[in-house]
Design a protein around this ligand. Structure first.
Ligand SMILES: [Zn+2]
Ligand SMILES: [Zn+2]
Length: 424
């Protein structure tokens, strides 16, 4: 029997150790930003009843129509690997009665896996990861501004301080129906010239006409009446106040009528955080109708989601470094009978918080030194015969090529001080 070597399914990626540093870095940044902004973590399941996404994401979206991983489990239930994070969070909010406690409820998730059967391309995967926040139970513009500020802070803190916000309003149940009709009036004489998808959108969801990426439809988008001009007084006041708060907080933003996002569950505020050369890095908005859609009481809500793979790619393009993990010190034994001493030393230093590595292959001293170099160890501590007699170790700085003999008892303090002064 010949063993066929297995590979990962198409469209998914392994995060290998040399790339893990970048993930850990953005996750640490996200956790820090979310903590400072007062978001508590929620972890919802990776699969849910299919019904949840049909009712939230919307049956005539591309996600539901073409991209969901949906299957019938052994109990005969239709389940779906989550294609996005908000639906599960809202389901959990209702299921656990969070709507009955103090509002708002501010939740976040970090590097949560999502699944879409999408055509794989650079930076796009069938299993991808998102980090984001949801504020449930707050209608005031301050909630929108806080969510936008958190998204901007996350991207800026990750290493893209020149990112800025694009902001728009998609209106609400008061002003959107009238706008939808104005949009149909605008498109009606041009139906023949539209792409096939847009002809369907015209009937089923005209707002999504503005989302079309086909060149043949671009002129009609450019000349379409804008939602911003059609907002009712309440939506206009809401948008004005979001802008006033962003201005007060010195968050760079501009109004962009081209930002319409999903549109099925968004109301009023929609936004993206964009980088001048890398494009949109995250998006979000207000979704005041969704909680009710999922069987809860009317509950205003706003949130954002950010694609981790996309952010890491962007940081790499901007040269933001995320070093792979390397030992701070490699403990090398210079004589065969000192292996146990070297082993004990490495374990003791690990106990004290030092990233210490020790030989596991029975290598010669010379081979241990070569291995320490390959691992990128900052220091090598040599446990030798004469050192053992004197109660010392010789610490070699692998970068500088210098070495010093130090008391074994004070070696950890010595390493700490050297690592700190090197900024390592
Ligand atoms: Zn089109
Ligand atoms: Zn309105």
């Amino acid at each position: 029997m010949s063993a066929v070597r297995l590979t990962a399914p198409r469209g998914v990626a392994d995060v290998l150790p040399q790339a893990a540093g970048a993930w850990q870095r953005v996750e640490a940044v996200a956790r820090d930003v979310f903590r400072r902004y007062g978001f508590a973590e929620i972890r919802t399941p990776m699969f849910e009843a299919t019904e949840l996404f049909l009712r939230s994401v919307g049956e005539d979206t591309d996600i539901v129509a073409k991209e969901m991983y949906t299957f019938v489990d052994r109990g005969g239930r239709s389940v779906t690997l989550r294609p996005e994070g908000t639906a599960g969070v809202v389901r959990a909010y209702l299921e656990h009665g969070m709507n009955a406690g103090p509002q708002p409820v501010k939740l976040c998730y970090v590097s949560a896996p999502m699944f879409r059967y999408d055509r794989p391309e650079a930076g796009r995967y069938r299993q991808f990861h998102q980090m984001g926040v949801e504020v449930l139970g707050a209608a005031a513009p301050a909630a929108d501004a806080e969510v936008i500020a958190a998204a901007h802070a996350l991207i800026a803190s990750a290493g893209l301080p020149d990112a800025s916000v694009r902001l728009n309003s998609v209106g609400d149940a008061t002003c959107r129906p009238a706008y939808r009709e104005r949009l149909r009036d605008h498109y009606r004489p041009h139906l023949e010239a539209l792409c096939p998808d847009c002809r369907v959108r015209f009937d089923r969801n005209p707002l999504r006409l503005l989302d079309c990426k086909q060149p043949q439809c671009a002129p009609f988008i450019a000349s379409a009446p804008t939602l911003a001009d059609a907002l009712c007084d309440a939506c206009r006041a809401h948008l004005d106040e979001v802008q006033a708060l962003l201005t007060a907080a010195r968050i760079p933003f501009e109004l962009d009528p081209g930002i319409v996002r999903g549109l099925d569950y968004y109301t009023r505020t929609v936004f993206e955080v964009v980088h001048p050369t890398l494009g949109a890095l995250c998006g979000g908005g207000r979704y005041d109708g969704l909680v009710e859609e999922l069987g809860g009481p009317p509950t205003p809500a706003v949130g954002f989601a950010l694609g981790v793979e996309r952010l890491i790619l962007a940081l790499g393009e901007r040269g933001v470094e995320a070093p792979a993990q390397a030992p701070e010190v490699f403990v090398a034994c210079a004589a065969e009978e000192l292996r146990a001493d070297a082993f004990r030393t490495a374990m003791a230093w690990r106990e004290q918080g030092v990233a210490a590595e020790v030989d596991l292959l029975g290598r010669s001293f010379r081979a241990q030194m070569r291995h320490a170099d390959r691992l990128g160890a900052r220091f090598v501590a040599v446990v030798g015969r004469s050192e053992a007699e004197r109660g010392t170790v010789t610490v070699r700085d692998m970068g500088a090529g210098t070495q010093e003999e130090v008391e074994a008892a004070g070696a950890v303090a010595y390493l700490r001080q050297r690592l700190a002064s090197a900024g390592a």
